[in-house]
Design a protein around this ligand. Structure first.
Ligand SMILES: [Zn+2]
Length: 87
């Protein structure tokens, strides 16, 4: 994992590589989650897979992973899909 700083809000982030070779900016603190197909949260596993899940307290969790930073960033608008700007 590569450590970095969010260019939007200045928070520390880590880059996690997905199996497709893309790097996802994530919050550095791991969270516990329970994988559910229609979960409202998204988590990136340590293997770089994005799973739908619910963030839950540790005792109820099936695994631990990382929240994508665009889910928590106050400047999330900058993370709009594809990084394109509309004018
Ligand atoms: Zn940010």
């Amino acid at each position: 994992m590569n450590k970095a700083t969010c260019r939007g809000c200045g928070a520390p982030i880590v880059w996690i590589k997905t199996p497709a070779g893309k790097a996802m900016p994530c919050d550095p603190a791991p969270v516990y989650y329970k994988a559910t197909p229609d979960g409202k949260d998204k988590v990136v596993t340590t293997r770089g897979e994005v799973v739908s899940c619910e963030i839950v307290p540790g005792a109820n969790a099936t695994d631990a992973g990382y929240r994508p930073h665009w889910a928590t960033c106050p400047q999330a608008d900058r993370f709009k899909r594809g990084g394109r700007h509309h004018e």
